[in-house]
Design a protein. Structure first.
Length: 273
């Protein structure tokens, strides 16, 4: 990126990797040429303990310094009793958890002085006492706190397949007005001994065809949204990454053109009738 300055629309970084050091200087340099988004992985917005004030302070300092276009984190928790567990752990989707997440999101937004985007995580199991579908849970947090939603299309596909849900129904349950960003990524298939296959959100391969198709449905429903290709493991060369980004742009352009043509035809039919 530093050497080539390729024509890429924008960049996203994990905030926690840029609190200090040479990486921060690199990010500040690139920030002059590209819009930047800060994607957090450690706020632990689902923690019953509340937010770690020092961690929140460091995120706020980075946001003030970089002035990112977007700031986001996950519908998950990763701390307990002052111990950081290093994973984006799932929540029981209950009214109690909803209250905790809303409290923490509101706290984070107050500290950052801006709207936060909340991402749907990949899921590998469900709590039997969950009472709220994840899409309704996200919609409720957005309605109560004014936050936005980061729609991870790959995570929807992974979660829906792992839990036996309809990916399109999952997508259609989200409130379109709250969507502020879209994520795409590759995922792996892991066969189990009992014959089942689990999909693992590993961000280590090209976007799969079925996820591209679901992305087109997201664009058709939500309209054009900032879209990011996530690739965190087995990272390929820059040309391949840019190729994935260009494919996302091509799908979005074609989908929007098709949608607009269909709407124009419907209006013409209505006038003729």
């Amino acid at each position: 990126m530093l050497a080539l300055r390729p024509p890429i629309a924008w960049l996203e970084v994990h905030s926690e990797n840029y609190f200090a050091g040479e990486g921060l200087a690199t990010l500040e340099t690139l920030r002059h040429d590209y819009p930047v988004s800060c994607h957090c992985v450690g706020l632990s917005l689902g923690s019953a303990d509340g937010l770690d004030p020092e961690h929140l302070r460091r995120v706020a300092a980075l946001v003030a310094r970089i002035e990112p276009s977007l700031v986001s984190d996950h519908l998950s928790w990763s701390t307990f009793g002052g111990v950081y567990l290093g994973e984006l752990l799932p929540l029981p989707l209950t009214e109690e958890a909803l209250g905790i997440v809303c409290r923490n999101v509101a706290h984070a937004q107050d500290a950052l002085g801006r709207t936060l985007l909340l991402e749907n995580p990949s899921t590998y199991g469900a709590f039997p006492h969950s009472t709220i579908p994840e899409w309704d849970f996200l919609a409720a947090v957005a309605a109560r706190t004014g936050c936005g939603i980061l729609c991870d299309v790959n995570n929807i596909w992974v979660s829906a397949c792992n839990l036996g849900l309809d990916p399109l129904g999952w997508l259609n349950g989200l409130p379109g007005a709250a969507i502020g960003e879209i994520h795409l990524a590759g995922h792996a298939l892991k066969p189990l001994a009992d014959g089942r296959v689990v999909r693992l959100d590993d961000h280590g391969s090209p976007v799969r065809p079925e996820v591209w198709a679901l992305y087109a449905e997201a664009i058709r429903r939500f309209g054009p949204k900032p879209t990011l290709i996530e690739w965190d493991t087995d990272v390929p060369d820059l040309d391949m990454l840019r190729g994935e980004a260009l494919q996302a742009q091509a799908i979005a352009d074609a989908t929007l053109a098709e949608r607009d043509a269909s709407r124009h035809a419907e209006r013409s039919d209505a006038v003729a009738a």
